[in-house]
Design a protein around this ligand. Structure first.
Ligand code: 4NP
Length: 186
């Protein structure tokens, strides 16, 4: 098989491949989603949990891969914020993600990178220094259908209601996002 890779890429690119016998075939690849916030302990791991459940409920668990990361590395290796875990648990979600910082290679490896707010979006676009992936870096709230919001606000310095509001937005946005992904993989 002739490998079709890019520098720093950890997986083969999806699409048409050609082997030594010039036989062309389709590489079976999952659609990969990465949710990104600042610390990767509140919004993006919750988005990961909400999306994971929706994907499992629709039987697409073997077609869609989900991860999350933070633009800052302050909380690397930590579990999600206890306030976000508690609010998520009330909705039946168990957040098990361990925080990690987003890497430049993520931009090549994920099909869509969903920013929670405009600062996250700007930081991701800056990470894409060569301007290779602007189309796959989007604001998650673009996919909301029931809320007018453009951003998922940072709940870290606020009260319990902020975490509930984040989950309300995430449930709306992830439902729209799932429709979008389904149209791209069908
Ligand atoms: P997140 O929230 O970006 O939704 O994970 C935050 C978590 C930690 C901090 C800020 C926001 N912090 O300043 O440590």
């Amino acid at each position: 098989m002739i490998e079709k890779t890019e520098p720093g890429l950890h997986r083969p690119l999806p699409g048409l491949w050609t082997d030594q016998n010039q036989t062309t075939f389709v590489m079976d690849s999952k659609f990969r989603l990465l949710f990104v916030c600042l610390g990767n302990i509140c919004r993006s791991p919750a988005a990961e949990g909400v999306m994971r459940r929706l994907v499992e409920e629709t039987g697409l668990g073997d077609r869609i891969e989900i991860d999350s990361a933070g633009t800052a590395g302050w909380h690397e290796g930590k579990r999600s914020d206890p306030r976000m875990r508690k609010a998520s648990a009330r909705r039946g979600l168990d957040l098990t993600h361990l925080a990690r910082q987003v890497r430049r290679t993520d931009l090549a490896e994920f099909d869509l990178v969903l920013a929670m707010d405009r600062q996250n979006l700007a930081d991701l676009l800056a990470l894409d220094a060569a301007g290779l992936y602007p189309a796959r870096i989007r604001l998650l709230c673009e996919f909301c259908t029931r809320h007018e919001a453009h951003e998922v606000p940072d709940p870290y310095y606020g009260g319990e209601e902020g975490f509930e509001h984040v989950l309300d937005l995430l449930e709306d946005a992830c439902t729209g996002l799932l429709d979008h992904v389904r149209s791209r993989i069908s």
